[in-house]
Structures are given as C-alpha cells and as structure tokens.
Write a protein that binds this ligand. Structure first.
Ligand code: PGA
Length: 258
C-alpha cells in the first residue's frame, strides 16, 4: 500500500516569534504555486507557533504549513506550571504533537510510561501524535537496537488499540545520529524501520503495520534526504538542524523534484 511521505521540521529551542515570522514569509514565497507531494509540518517552540500560521490565504494559494507541537501534557488542564495541554494546542489549530523525543527522554524525564499517557491523551483529541523512539550509541554498538525499540514500542503502545494506532506517526531516531552529523545509512535506517513494522505487525496485525507511517530522524539534510526516502519502509523524516532555515526546509520538502 502506498503511504504518503511526511516531513516534519523540529526546530527545538531555535527560531523565536521574530525568526518564525521571517521564515514563514520566505517559505510562502517559495511555496507559491508549487506543488508539494508530501505532507509537511513544523514543530516550532510554543511561542512561535502562532507566528507561523499562514496569514494570507489569498496569496498562499491554498498551501498551508501544518503546525506541530514539540511536546504537550497529557492532562486537559490543571496546576502544572510551565505545561501546555492538547486542548490549548487545538485552539491554535495545531495538527501534530511529538511524543517521546530523545531530548525529552534524556533531559525532561519522559519515560515509556509518560509516552503512553501522552499517546492515549492525543488519541482522544484531534492532535496526531508523532511517537519518537530509538537507541543510544552504546545500545547500537552492543547490537541491542531491536530489543530497545521492542521495549519502547510495547510499553509506549500499551492499551492502545488497532484503530487508534493507525493515527500515530512513528519516528525512528537513533540517538547517536541526532544533531551529530552522523546519519544512519539508508540501509541501517531501512533495516530498523522494517523491524519496527514487524513489531507493530506482531502487536497488532500485518495490515495495520502496512498502514502506519514511520519516519526516520537523525542528521537528515538536503544532501541525504532523497536516498533515505527511497527506502521501502521509510515514510518521511523528522528533521532538526536542517529545518530551521527556510531555503533548506523548502529543499527538504521538494526533495523529489530535483
Ligand atoms: P537533527 O535532529 O536532524 O538535528 O539530527 C533530529 C531530531 O532531533 O528530530
């Protein structure tokens, strides 16, 4: 079955409202009249999200940048200083939300348990969750990748049923490739993403596994995106560093047209 590619730029803690506004302007100029064949979105810092909403539909010719949150809380509201709920993101028209990014797991106590809570909350909202997972360098070198992702997926997807899982977008991001300039080779990425599909087929079934989209993330850039996207099981990319600049982001989302 044909799965539409999806490319999401993850700005992390880069591009505040001012830079976001400039980015939007430049990207809209490039997008004008251009046909983009993949789905694409930007995961901007919360404060920047309102500034990258397409502001002039008249000149934008119907191309809209989908918004993505980098994180969210699983409760609807409450005394959680510094947190943002899905209901708040819905008010802004946000379409996607990243769950379990390795930097959140590493620095902000995100665990398979909180990933699970967040996935369930998102599946009860209109936000499409993007579930990130992947192994550390040490685990990779010890050949533990398959076991690590099995655990992350099994625990993260606990009590999520077959119809729900089809809404989740998966993002395999080997931690050793994030922000390091060290990309997994297309073959390596394909191998683990194929394995991911097998794990999903085991938990659910083959048909469901064939439907879900699985991205690769970790030092994706203009120079290597095409080869990665040509792999049979890779359905898109989660891009950090190479997404903060509008020229580079535009080249990423038009990788198939050059
Ligand atoms: P990178 O980040 O492209 O800068 O390696 C990817 C990510 O963290 O999603």
């Amino acid at each position: 079955m044909k799965r539409k590619k999806i490319i999401i730029g993850n700005w992390k803690m880069y591009n505040g409202p001012e830079q976001g506004h400039i980015f939007l302007h430049k990207l809209e100029e490039k997008l004008n009249n251009k046909k983009i064949n993949c789905d694409f979105a930007i995961a901007a810092p919360f404060v920047t999200l309102p500034y990258i909403m397409p502001h002039d539909h008249g000149t934008n010719k119907g191309i809209e940048i989908d918004l993505c949150a980098q994180n969210f809380h699983y409760q609807n509201e409450g005394a959680f200083t510094g947190e943002i709920s899905l209901a708040m993101l819905e008010q802004l028209g946000v379409r996607y939300g990243i769950v379990g990014h390795s930097e959140r797991r590493q620095y902000f106590n995100e665990t398979n348990k909180t990933v699970n809570l967040k996935l369930k909350a998102a599946l009860n909202s209109s936000i499409i969750p993007v579930m990130a997972f992947g192994e550390t360098l040490e685990e990779f070198e010890k050949n533990q990748t398959d076991d690590v992702i099995l655990k992350q997926l099994t625990e993260g997807l606990k009590e999520i049923n077959k119809t729900q899982i089809e809404r989740i977008i998966f993002a395999y991001e080997p931690i050793w490739a994030i922000g390091t300039g060290k990309t997994a080779t297309p073959k390596q990425a394909q191998k683990t993403i194929k394995k991911t599909r097998e794990i999903i087929a085991n938990i659910y079934d083959q048909k469901t596994a064939e439907k879900v989209r699985i991205q690769y993330g970790g030092s994706v850039k203009v120079e290597n995106i095409k080869e990665l996207m040509e792999q049979k099981d890779i359905d898109g990319a989660l891009v950090g560093g190479a997404s903060v600049d509008p020229d580079s982001f535009f080249k990423l989302i038009t990788y198939d047209q050059n």
